[in-house]
Ligand binder design. Sequence first.
Ligand code: FES
Length: 153
Amino acid sequence: MFDHLPTKRRNILRALVAGALTAFVAPFAYAIGKFLSFQGTIGGSNTAKLSAADLTPDSPSKLVEIEGEPVIVVREADNSIRAFTATCTHLGCIVSYRPQMPGFYCKCHGGKYDVNGINVPGTRPPSPLTELVVNEQADDLTVSLTPKAKSLS
Ligand code: FES
């Protein structure tokens, strides 16, 4: 295609054409990759699996990620295991579990939530964390992004 040009110009033009083709193809390759990875999440990887034994009195919480969403799984003082979205509802920092409060704490601006994920009045978070469904099968825990139904009590 560029055979009539001197070698140096020919190489530069070939590099430019290759770069332009790469720039044109890359977004399609990215979109196809995202599509295929989404297909892979159907049927299971939209959950996080962990062991109840991972949640000990010394380390009663664990941060996991489900579809890019940070989720905090906690073993409470009564041994119940619960999961909540871990993104602070103020400005999006990640909360941590503080059994001594007890509840969740956001170190960015001192945001606090109680053990039910309810934002503590007087602190920055404007709304609660969302409690998520945890399925327990013996020692195996499966957490999904499905919000837990609220009890009517
Ligand atoms: S981001 Fe959590 S309190 Fe501000």
